[in-house]
Design a binder for this molecule. Structure first.
Ligand SMILES: *Cc1c(COP(=O)(O)O)cnc(C)c1O
Length: 223
């Protein structure tokens, strides 16, 4: 795991770009999370419904729990009450269920729309036309308990920095367009979640506001 001075240096680097770190704690030991909390870190990410619920039970509101994994419709019910921000919304169907659960919980749920920018088909997210179809729809405009705070994406897993840069740039472009066209005041629509341990420097240069960082902070995950 990262030591204190390296952590502070990393924070400085990210803050210089007006971004922040979401520490991805999936499959990591509780003690490591405690350690990071003691350094003053607050934002953590989990990619599975069961895992984020477990973390919430353990740490509660000592941390902000971000849901970053693919969200299945049958998991929305358990994810909504424990999530600070859901990064990975990729269908109108999921949005409608979030709306329903948010209403039941009497709260507004902050969400990002995930766009598919990678070459791999295994990664999730909306393509550009699916994205606009959702935003243009009446049912989207009728949502009252969902707050769209920005967008998220994952670049291709490759050593080709030029390709990764191109993919992040596309996401940034769409994010800017959607912001200007549909969320003009930009009061809430301002987060761009892109970049992980291997490509965060590129993501920062391309305008990320949230880096989802796992192994660089906690070390290798346990399987
Ligand atoms: C695991 C994960 C990360 C963090 O990956 P690292 O390479 O360990 O930084 C970021 N985003 C998502 C969606 C993940 O599932």
């Amino acid at each position: 795991m990262i030591n204190e001075s390296a952590y502070l240096k990393l924070c400085d680097e990210v803050i210089n770009y007006q971004a922040k770190i979401i520490a991805v704690s999936k499959r990591q030991q509780t003690e490591k999370i405690e350690k990071l909390l003691s350094l003053g870190h607050r934002d953590f990410g989990e990619n599975q419904a069961q895992a984020i619920s477990g973390r919430f039970e353990t740490f509660g509101s000592r941390a902000n729990w971000h849901f970053i994994g693919h969200l299945q419709t049958n998991k929305v019910k358990s994810v909504v009450p424990v999530s600070h921000l859901i990064h990975s919304v990729d269908s109108m169907k999921v949005l409608k269920i979030i709306e329903k659960e948010a209403h039941k919980n009497n709260r507004i749920v902050d969400c990002l729309l995930q766009m598919h920018i990678a070459e791999e088909d295994t990664k999730f997210g909306l393509d550009e036309s699916e994205l606009y179809n959702i935003i243009d729809s009446q049912e989207f405009q009728d949502l009252t308990h969902v707050r769209i705070c920005g967008m998220m994406g994952m670049a291709t897993y490759t050593d080709d920095d030029i390709q990764v840069g191109r993919e992040f740039r596309l996401l940034r472009k769409v994010f800017d367009q959607v912001g200007e066209t549909y969320f003009r005041d930009r009061e809430y629509f301002k987060e761009l979640s892109m970049g992980m341990s291997g490509d965060y420097k590129i993501a920062l240069k391309e305008g990320s506001t949230m880096i989802r960082m796992g192994t660089l902070i906690f070390g290798e995950r346990q399987y």
